[in-house]
Design a protein around this ligand. Structure first.
Ligand code: CO
Length: 210
């Protein structure tokens, strides 16, 4: 049975096992963090950032929300992005979505009157659908969700380039690279969909004046 007590017991065992292997581990961990990666992923319990890339504590700075979205009025995500880029100076920003995403699936359905707040969050994915409706509507039903999941990831990458944080860092900072990845629940494998670096041409209407 899954109980909070079991999680605490597992935590104790985990801590003891790591300390046994490397007695210095937690001493070093407590000193500072120098992650090379910011991970923006889906909150889905089946896509745990550190686990699926076999990362250790301290390696990845993580932000997760429903359907791995970068919304330009979301101070939560933008604060994480600013801190990761300007202070931690991560070299890579990864947006990792996943096939079978319930958030994207829900966005393709009518709005639920029981989930008024969640509806607002999913509204941005409805916009992605509408932006690509011509392409999506001629795709067979069983492929449409997968494609919208991919398009949603691409859209988040573009939204990152629309932020002042990324634009300033590409001009005057350490120029982090942006990656759009999709994770397959069926095989546990990640596929790269897109990579953008500081040479990327940003649509002028989203560009900041210097
Ligand atoms: Co999801």
């Amino acid at each position: 049975m899954q109980t909070p007590q079991k999680l605490l017991l597992e935590n104790r065992a985990w801590s003891e096992e790591i300390s046994k292997k490397n007695p210095e581990f937690f001493k070093l961990l407590a000193k500072e963090q120098k992650p090379s990666f910011l991970w923006i992923g889906c909150a889905d319990s089946r896509v745990p950032a550190d686990t699926i890339v076999n990362a250790q504590p301290g390696e990845i700075f993580v932000h997760r929300n429903i359907a791995n979205q970068v919304i330009n009025t979301d101070f939560n995500c933008l604060s994480v992005l600013q801190y990761a880029v300007d202070v931690l100076k991560v070299k890579h920003v990864i947006v990792c979505g996943h096939y079978g995403c319930g958030g994207v699936k829900a966005a393709l359905m009518p709005q639920s009157s029981k989930l008024v707040i969640t509806n607002k969050w999913l509204m941005h994915i409805k916009d992605v659908y509408r932006l690509h409706q011509d392409e999506l509507d001629i795709i067979p039903d069983d492929r449409r969700l997968d494609r919208l999941i991919e398009l949603n990831i691409l859209e988040q990458l573009y939204r990152l380039t629309h932020t002042s944080i990324i634009q300033a860092s590409w001009k005057h900072g350490h120029k982090p690279t942006l990656h759009g990845w999709v994770f397959g629940l069926h095989d546990g494998l990640i596929k790269e969909l897109i990579m953008l670096d500081h040479n990327t041409q940003i649509n002028p209407i989203y560009r900041y004046h210097d």
